[in-house]
Design a protein around this ligand. Sequence first.
Ligand SMILES: [Zn+2]
Length: 76
Amino acid sequence: MTSPENAGKTATRHVRCPQCGGDAEWSPANPFRPFCSARCKQIDLGAWASEQYRVPASQPDEQRSFESTSPFSSRE
Ligand SMILES: [Zn+2]
């Protein structure tokens, strides 16, 4: 007998598109995977780029203050 599970193994695998949550085809035929389309991939790349612009570089001051301030010096 043919079970539905066996039939699913040969079918094209689908994943959830991280962008729109829709069905995305996971196969060499879909160059945009894990996205469902070029549009969703573009949107995600754009979000990444703007996110990097918004995040400021780590403050170099942090290391310096850690070095000069010892936990004992704050004691009275
Ligand atoms: Zn999508």
